[in-house]
Design a protein. Structure first.
Length: 92
């Protein structure tokens, strides 16, 4: 994977029935590409479900969180540009 100040590309896993906290990035855009499992993205007040070989772009400043409501691990590639660093601000 790549972890540079201008671009970060990482493999991430979320165990079944887990979620991250809703948050925003003031300077970072992100692209999530699902490898395995089913992801639910809460973006603002909208829910978007993605499965393997689908991706979603999160714009700078969009409130979002990723949930794994399934019974298997969720595996995804997360690309952040620029790298997140201290740019994450939790909402919940």
């Amino acid at each position: 994977m790549l972890d540079d100040i201008s671009l970060s590309v990482k493999l991430e896993r979320l165990p079944p029935h887990t979620a991250e906290q809703k948050h925003i990035h003031q300077h970072t855009q992100q692209f999530f590409f699902i490898l395995k499992g089913k992801a639910v993205f809460e973006i603002g007040h909208e829910r978007v479900e993605l499965t393997a070989n689908q991706g979603i772009h999160i714009q700078v400043g969009e409130q979002h969180k990723v949930l794994n409501e399934g019974d298997e691990d969720l595996e995804l590639i997360l690309s952040s540009q620029p790298a997140v660093g201290n740019d994450r601000m939790n909402i919940e």
